[in-house]
Structures are given as C-alpha cells and as structure tokens.
Design a protein around this ligand. Structure first.
Ligand code: F6P
Ligand code: MN
Length: 322
C-alpha cells in the first residue's frame, strides 16, 4: 500500500494540483468524522431551507458544504468553487489556478438511515482572463477536468480518484490519518448482468428505456436469454462504486414525471466527475445522444440524462435508442 502523495507523483501529477487534492481530502476527513458523529451531535434531519434546486437541505448537507467550501477557499489554490448547495459560484483567490465543483453530500436521503453517502468533486483549470466571481468560467466540458473523485463514507472511508491516468481506490487509514492506495487502475468489466435504475419511475421513461429494461427484467425467458440482477442504493456514489468494483450499468434516464424537470442528476458535480472515473476505468458514460463529457455546459446547476458503466451493456442500452 502506498500513501497518497507518492502515488500521485508516480502519475506525474503537478505539485500544485497535489496540494489542492490534499486540501480537498483534509475537508473530507473532517466530513467523515462529522458524518460518523451526526446523530450524537444533533445533526440528523432537515433544516427549514431549500437549496437552489428546490430541495429541502439536510443539516448534514449544510455542514458538509460549509466545511468543504471554507477549507478549499482558504487554501489559496482555488479561483472559485461551485456547489450543489450554493445558488451560484463563490469567488476564491484571484490568482488561484483551479476551479472546484462539488456535491458535498451525495445521497442525502440516506443520511437519516445511516446508509451510504459521499462527497463528489471535480477540478478544472481556471481561465486566467475570466473574473473570479464569474460563474461562466465553470462552463467547461467534462473532458477538460484535470481531476475527479469521490469519498464514500461507508464501512471504510474510501477515496476513488483520477487525474487522467487511470482510476484508483484509496482507503482512509485512521491510524495515521491519511489515504492509502489499495487498488491501482481499477477496470470496469465490459459485460455485466447487473443494472441500477429507480424502477418506480418506469411508466415515466421514454419508450427505448422502457423496452431495454423490460428485456433485462424478462431475464432468461426474454430476448437476452440471461437473468439480470437489480441494485439501487439511491446514492449515486454508492451505485457508481459498485459499478467500478464489479461492473454493472447505472442509469438515471429522462422521464416525464415532472415536465419541467426531465433529468435528475447534475452535470457539473455528479455526471461529469463520475464519467471521468468510469471512462478512466474502461467504461462508458453517455446520454442517449452522446458522450457526457462532451456536453458544453450552459448552467452550473444543469441536469442531464445518465447511462454509464460496463461498456458492452451501455452500448446495448443505447442500441434501443437508434
Ligand atoms: O443527488 C441525487 C441523488 O441522490 C443521487 O445520488 C441518486 O442516484 C439519486 O438522486 C436517487 O434518486 P431517487 O430519489 O429517485 O432514488
Ligand atoms: Mn447528489
């Protein structure tokens, strides 16, 4: 097992980016501790406030957001941050070289049931000509990310990260307080017989997704001729971690449950960082129309359709849209 910084240096990650990553990870260690003590510290349940997405914020969402934001902005490495829990981007250091987008606590509905949650982050290079307080500087495609990752607050606190040279797993070692590399160059198997989708939305999906899932559910009696298993953790970090660990297809497709909101997951701090991790592990990360990381963002909070995971299964799903 190797410590974080030497592992990053082996991948030729520039020193200023390593410093930013270490700062982000300091924030996640603090969040990990607060998460573990949430019930004892009176941090379960909701606030009375809504975030910009119209969702009621959990107390722990707010704590995680404040911790992450303050620690990262104070570092001096960052020109601005944008977060699921902030209305717009927040300026940092005018000379900061990086932009950080994050979901401080993904899977909020799992907080109060002591189930999987995690922090997702995405790093882009700052654009020198743009002002630190301009949200427009975040409108960069996912393929321009220089680093993406998540920290999963599970039985182990685990970091999964890429800087564009493979996707690696690390575990927080509480005895020395740092993250240790436990698996280098994780590979998502090309084929799978496991799918993840919120089946309760079935009647609201478009016809191609209805047909694809119907064929999976039909199992060995259907056209695929094989039994498919279903898993749904209701936290993207948890579902993507399973896909990275043993394969699978994860999708949150378009639906017409609420015509004003056809998609659920956010591009900048959910879909893009997970796409970078999945692609670096040999998987595919798509919408029904193309590659997620090629989308030119129009808004820091925009939502997107997501179909990602084992390459052959993602291709199979997309074939229903042709
Ligand atoms: O952040 C949105 C999110 O919580 C994801 O982590 C998760 O995959 C999804 O929403 C769960 O959606 P649903 O509530 O439909 O199960
Ligand atoms: Mn989320």
């Amino acid at each position: 097992m190797q410590r974080l910084a030497p592992a990053l240096r082996d991948d030729d990650v520039p020193l200023d980016l390593i410093s930013l990553i270490k700062t982000i990870l300091a924030a996640t260690k603090e969040i990990s501790f607060r998460v573990s003590q949430a019930q004892l510290g009176g941090l379960m349940g909701s606030t009375l406030d809504e975030n910009i997405q119209g969702e009621i914020q959990k107390k722990l969402d707010v704590v995680a957001n404040e911790l992450f934001k303050d620690i990262v902005l104070e570092s001096g490495f960052v020109k601005a941050i944008s977060s699921e829990e902030e209305d717009t981007s927040v300026a940092g250091d005018e000379n900061g070289k990086f932009l950080v987008s994050f979901d401080p606590l993904d899977g909020s509905s799992n907080i109060d049931i002591n189930s999987l949650i995690g922090t997702i982050f995405s790093i882009h290079e700052a654009i020198p000509e743009m002002a630190a307080d301009s949200p427009d500087q975040f409108k960069q495609a996912g393929h321009k990310q220089v680093c993406a990752g998540y920290v999963l607050y599970g039985p182990s606190t685990m970091l999964v990260m890429t800087t564009g040279k493979g996707t690696h797993f690390y575990v927080l070692d509480r005895t020395h307080g740092g993250y240790l590399l436990v698996e280098r160059n994780v590979q998502v198997p090309k084929d799978t017989r496991e799918f993840a989708i919120n089946m309760s939305n079935q009647r609201f999906w478009e016809a191609p997704m209805q047909n694809y899932i119907a064929d999976l559910v039909a199992g060995d009696a259907g056209p695929r001729g094989e039994y498919f298993n279903m898993r749904w953790i209701a936290a993207m970090v948890g579902d993507i971690h399973r896909v990275l660990s043993r394969g699978g297809i994860f999708t949150y497709p378009a639906d017409n449950k609420n015509p004003d909101k056809p998609y659920k997951l956010r591009l900048m701090y959910e879909a893009n960082p997970m796409s970078f991790l999945i692609e670096q592990a040999g998987g595919l990360a798509m919408t029904s129309k193309g590659r997620i990381m090629d989308i030119a963002p129009t808004d820091i909070h925009q939502r997107v359709e997501v179909i990602m995971g084992s390459a052959n299964e993602v291709e199979k799903c997309l074939s229903y849209y042709k």
